[in-house]
Design a protein around this ligand. Structure first.
Ligand code: PMV
Length: 337
């Protein structure tokens, strides 16, 4: 008798790094050069349905398009998903194929960490479809093996450090504090929602070619400690300057890599100026960016409205996403197919 197909759907959030993962010891296995620390988001998430078909060995991958239909995505994304599904099949010793459909609540591949939420939700949905219950360390480690290191952090809610121990082969993330511990907001100024031209994977590969790479590595132990302490004490005045320095250094390294990578658009700089002006006016707000042109503004709840209003009024800002710290991934009953 053939086993019936089993289906599971998971939702996993994106995250924004306060201390960045940029450069790897082993890119294939996403083993980073340095620990990173992030805040898990709540409104920017991926939802993924996986059906395990024990009687087939082909995988089928669909992605919700901007016009709303589920369609086969580009070759590169499909390949990454298929490779991850093959890995899960091998690790769990479960033969068969997987049918996958996924969607994002926000623009993908634009430096808003859609690979983090995408691969964390895929890892959770695929293992649940196989009837497996992973704990957060196992889910983090599995998500990382997709090649998206930041996916390791999307396996947990709140404030997250990855890896807990740099040379641990499991290389999984741990929570530093929960979402309930500290209500921070992330006002995201979207200045370009199109896909970026240079992937993070390529950015990690090129990072050590920058003359600023080693300098940033030297500064990281002090920055990591400052961010851990700021999170423990809920001290935004201590956190803010460190997260801005980190974001600027990430882009300094990218812009001086060989060949150079420019993620910024003119409006990126305009938003950074406005965040400084807001601070001069007494609004607690600090900017950070991932590998893309869009700016994340971290602020307390009372600053969310003035920040969103100011940034939303700028000509170069296409839209503003008002996000907040979130509780992490979970399984849901509403399937995509
Ligand atoms: O996880 P990846 O390979 O997509 O790299 C993430 C890189 C940054 O978003 C720029 C930084 C980070 O730590 O999230």
């Amino acid at each position: 008798m053939t086993e019936p197909a089993r289906k599971a759907t998971a939702v996993a959030p994106s995250n924004i790094a306060f201390i960045k993962y940029w450069g790897a010891r082993d890119l294939e296995r996403a083993l980073p050069h340095n620990p990173s620390i992030s805040m898990t988001l709540s409104r920017c998430f991926s939802r993924c349905t996986v059906e395990h078909r024990p009687d087939g060995d082909e995988h089928r991958v669909l992605l919700r398009s901007s016009t709303g239909e589920l369609r086969p995505p580009g070759a590169e994304f499909t390949q990454r998903v298929v490779r991850h599904l093959d890995r899960i099949r091998k690790m769990t010793d479960c033969p068969g194929g997987f049918h996958v459909a996924t969607e994002n609540s926000f623009p993908a591949a634009a430096g808003l960490a859609s690979s983090a939420s995408g691969f964390a939700s895929l890892s959770l949905a695929a293992t649940r479809a196989l009837g497996l219950e992973l704990d957060s360390r196992e889910l983090s480690s599995l998500s990382r093996l997709s090649g998206s290191g930041s996916a390791a952090r999307s396996a947990l809610g709140g404030y997250v450090e990855w890896p807990a121990v740099l040379d641990d082969p499991e290389c999984c993330a741990v929570a530093l504090a929960t979402a309930e511990d500290w209500d921070l907001r992330d006002v995201i100024a979207v200045v370009d929602s199109g896909p970026k031209k240079t992937s993070s994977l390529e950015g990690h590969r090129r990072a050590p070619t920058s003359p600023h790479y080693e300098k940033r590595q030297e500064q990281l132990p002090a920055r990591l400690q400052a961010v851990r302490e700021a999170i423990a004490q809920r001290d935004l005045e201590a956190l803010g300057p460190v997260l801005e320095d980190e974001a600027i250094d990430l882009h300094l390294v990218a812009m001086s890599s060989k060949p150079a990578i420019f993620y910024w658009r003119p409006a990126t700089l305009e938003v950074l100026w406005q965040v400084r002006s807001l601070r001069d006016e007494g609004v607690a707000a600090w900017a950070t960016m991932d590998a893309g042109p869009n700016v994340h503004v971290i602020c307390p709840p009372e600053a969310e409205e003035p920040v969103a209003r100011r940034l939303g009024a700028l000509a170069g800002v296409q839209s503003v996403i008002r996000d907040a710290v979130g509780t992490g991934p979970g399984v849901v009953s509403e399937h995509l197919f």
